[in-house]
Design a protein around this ligand. Sequence first.
Ligand code: ZN
Length: 158
Amino acid sequence: MLASTDGWTSCAQGHRHWGRAGAAGLLLHRDGADGPEVLLQHRAWWSHHGGTWGTPGGALHDGESVDDGALREVREELGLTSDDVVLGARSVDDHGGWAYTTVLARPARPIEAGDLQLDGESTGVAWVPLARLDEVDLHPGLAASLTRLRQLLGHPER
Ligand SMILES: [Zn+2]
């Protein structure tokens, strides 16, 4: 059954977005050999902005907090539970009438991409060094938030 907040909506910036109550995603980050690495998933071709790399996430349910929504999405999409991650700061990308909240998190235990159980919405998942994000085709929502996310991760763009 679809939650009542499922459905397309449009924001003040003229985009179409899925999720009438807004959306949330989880940006999992860890310290790699060459600085911070972030866990990104490759979105299935049939999905909105398919073929791009983004954070696991999706539409919030009615009355759901952004933390709960982000955790639900990583459970559905990657098989991770709330015990696997430690939540950190939040970054809100408010478009006017619709917002995407990225919840930063660190792994609570070593998490390797190959151990994750993907659902049908993604075709791959990988730890990508922040320094190499410009080499991958990023989801436009993630690309738009990147400057702010880099600051939260302590690695502003040079
Ligand atoms: Zn928008």
